[in-house]
Design a protein around this ligand. Sequence first.
Ligand SMILES: Cc1cc2nc3c(=O)[nH]c(=O)nc-3n(C[C@H](O)[C@H](O)[C@H](O)COP(=O)(O)OP(=O)(O)OC[C@H]3O[C@@H](n4cnc5c(N)ncnc54)[C@H](O)[C@@H]3O)c2cc1C
Length: 476
Amino acid sequence: MAAERLAEAGLAVTVYDRMPSVGRKLLIAGRGGLNLTHSEPLPRFLGRYGAARRVLAPAVEAWTPNALRAWCAGLGQDTFVGSSGRVFPVAFKATPLLRAWLQRLGRQGVQVRTGWRWTGWDGGALRFATPNGAAEVAADATVLALGGASWPRLGSDGAWTETLQAQGIAVTRLRPANCGFLHPWSPVFRERFAGMPLKRITLTFEGETVAGEAVLTQDGIEGGAIYALSRPLRDAIDREGSATPLLDLRPDLDAAALAARLGGPGQSLANALRKAGLSPAAGGLVREVGGTAPLAQRVKTLPLRLVGTTGLDRAISSAGGIALAELDGAFMLRRRPGVFACGEMLDWEAPTGGYLLQGAFSTGRAAAEGALAWLERAGTIAAAAGSAGPGRAARPAMEMAMVNPSEIIEHMEVVGSDGQHVGTVDNLVIKLTKKDPAAQGQHHLLKMDTVGSVEGGKLKLNIPASEAMQQEQAVG
Ligand SMILES: Cc1cc2nc3c(=O)[nH]c(=O)nc-3n(C[C@H](O)[C@H](O)[C@H](O)COP(=O)(O)OP(=O)(O)OC[C@H]3O[C@@H](n4cnc5c(N)ncnc54)[C@H](O)[C@@H]3O)c2cc1C
């Protein structure tokens, strides 16, 4: 998203990804239909980011869930709102969206280098490990979007944490979010029920109740209802070694109705649970967890002691990352001017429901806006003329692009982003303002090959001023 915004503004952009192809996590998210965002009112939406709301809210307000939906539509992928308020592409997968997006980035001139792993800096230059050995790249601005550390085989392995910490940048430990939890099942239970769903249940922990589904796994439990409470469950386990949410396996029946269904004494437990309409997995769970409370109470408030998380490898997302205090209001690293960061590598977390992708997209967009403003302030690019929509206008001219001007040679063909012929290069020129007292009310052009260096905020030519003035060409 940052690459698109920067390219839209006329900058030369290269995306480096350590994997053989980009967008792998987006594709995996597509397996679940690609829950892009959520349709609930913005104040409620922003509340999902908890303590990080302060930092994420300006980014999401500037590029809202509606902007995300419009962006998808612009890529030919209409979206719809599901019954839960979650927003999905009509195609219900990520492949067409990613394909159309990469095509657009290609048309915008964005270069993509895959198999390039960023390993840090050498002075000001970015250092990479590439298939052809080490490489260094000088960039006028950098946006880091390296993800968290969940599902590391898809690319985001969190190795960057050490690189940034070595620079004195505070990084909060990466921990699983929206993850499964461990419960030591008996071998018999695991053998019979691992992989089976618990449908239409509720889960209560620390006063919060969520409805949904869960799946029994080899070593515990996972699924939507569990993910929704994963933050408090994980924090309690970190604090106290275990967390015990209460499961209601028949939330549609009150205790009295359930007791009536379960029947009186004198029948087998299995029979009673079946009569109460519990699935074999739910019934098995009641028996596995045991307890001495009356049966109806166990079905309605089954205490499930969880002793750990299933780990980052299997978590949907990660909590932790670059401490938010390390960023200025434009998502720039205070300790590394010109370097911006966005997405899951920042220290925020949110439940599933589309808040993760929206947060990653919106902060990517905001980091790009930050980079544009910074490049303008540094004088690297021309200030934008006017404003288009919520963002900044596309730059009409790029006086000092991120291409090395020496690569542009005379008579080189000039083509549009669509590859169509525009003309041939005569000279690269610098256009001097006509407001300058020395300009006598006219614009003047200076050839690019007269540029020596940029020093102390000044463009120093490689010829004396008198010679430059002779060479100058007035253009009205
Ligand atoms: C199974 C699954 C399903 C999900 N479903 C949803 C969903 O439906 N809705 C939702 O909102 N969220 C979902 N998420 C979460 C969402 O996909 C992520 O939060 C989001 O992709 C984060 O975006 P990001 O750009 O910050 O990081 P990523 O998408 O992880 O991208 C980071 C990129 O950086 C690259 N990289 C990392 N380190 C380096 C390096 N040193 N050098 C070069 N490149 C590097 C990686 O290869 C990767 O391509 C899901 C996640 C998973 C695992």
